[in-house]
Design a protein around this ligand. Structure first.
Ligand code: TRP
Length: 332
């Protein structure tokens, strides 16, 4: 059976984009593959060196993985920092990752542009750590979005370089994988691009947001002053809300408001109210599961104990083999 690895950085709670993108993919994959899903808390240090309450955010993501339907008896759920072999492999792999290629990574360029005062070496070698997450379990499939393609290409480069350097066929090549080819697009509430934490809390609907907060965020979402010509093209902000409606509302509802827009009769207040109520209904099951699981400390601990044990076993075996390949031997 092929192995799958994926992780989400633990910079806080997950949003609708994570849910309809990564999480639903994870849930579907777990029946057909040997899956490892982890919380990338080490990666979160590259941009959040002193995270407030790291333990709490990691716990929240674990709860949300479970609430989304990741089954701990089918998949291995663990926290990256609980498996220190990942960090050891990262040290070895850093020796065959070159400055030039790391500097060329789009994610690195984006991050140093966004945060010119924190250009640390961890940020530069982020793709090496990500490669180790994948290589350590010999995964061949990685459910991630387009923005991670370049990191997967680097993962293949580092693995192949290791193989060539030591003249072995040890690491396998991993490729991006998605169950549904047309992943649902989850746009941002601020009128621009896709939903993401970096655009601010008001632009994201978190899985744990209360009904009241969801209403408030949607009512405040950006629109424009309204159509003035029939069948006029929608500006991105309005199109985004229609795209969200397509995810949570019935076809009839979307058609109804689309026709109102096209005949210039739409009232954004009514439109948003409908969107908010449908959003609340669509997300109610996951919200209540998050609440229930969150109360069950014993269960969360059991899941992580079991997951860490399985992930460590796999990681330990890899590191033993890697040390042998590199040539580390004990002289006593
Ligand atoms: N870089 C990924 C992201 O930002 C998170 C991640 C870290 C990851 N390690 C991984 C994803 C390994 C897949 C496999 O979304």
């Amino acid at each position: 059976m092929e192995t799958v690895v994926s992780g989400i950085r633990s910079t806080g709670k997950l949003h609708l984009g994570n849910y309809y993108g990564a999480l639903q993919n994870f849930v579907k994959m777990q029946n057909d593959y040997n899956c490892f899903f982890f919380i990338a808390d080490l990666h979160s240090l590259t941009t959040h060196p002193t995270p407030e309450n790291l333990q709490q955010t990691v716990r929240q993501v674990v709860v949300e993985y479970l609430a989304a339907g990741i089954d701990p008896d089918k998949s291995t759920i663990y926290v990256q920092s609980d498996v220190p072999e990942v960090s050891e492999l990262y040290l070895y792999m850093n020796m065959n990752a070159y400055l030039g290629e790391l500097e060329r990574a789009a994610s690195f360029k984006d991050k140093i542009r966004a945060n010119p005062n924190n250009v640390n070496a961890g940020l530069l070698t982020y793709p090496v750590l990500m490669a180790c997450d994948i290589l350590i379990h010999h995964a061949t499939k990685v459910p991630v979005g387009k923005d991670q393609e370049q990191h997967l290409e680097m993962t293949r480069t580092f693995g192949n370089r290791f193989n060539r350097l030591y003249n072995v066929e040890y690491f396998k090549e991993a490729f991006a994988f998605s169950f549904n080819k047309n992943l649902m697009k989850i746009p941002s509430l601020d009128g621009q691009g896709k939903m993401g934490k970096s655009n601010g809390d008001a632009s994201c609907i978190y899985l744990s947001d209360s009904e009241k907060i969801i209403r408030k965020k949607i009512m405040k979402a950006k629109t424009d002053s309204g159509p003035t010509e029939e069948n006029q093209e929608k500006p991105e902000s309005v199109q985004n809300l229609f795209d969200l409606m397509k995810v949570v509302s019935s076809k009839d509802t979307v058609t109804y408001f689309d026709e109102l827009y096209n005949s210039c009769k739409i009232r954004y207040g009514d439109f948003k109210k409908q969107l908010a109520e449908d959003m609340i209904i669509a997300t109610d099951p996951i919200r209540s599961k998050i609440e229930d699981i969150s109360k069950n400390e014993e269960y969360i601990q059991k899941v992580l104990r079991q997951g860490t044990e399985k992930a460590s076993e796999s990681a330990h075996k890899t590191l033993k083999e890697v040390r042998e390949i590199i040539g580390f031997k004990k002289f006593y």
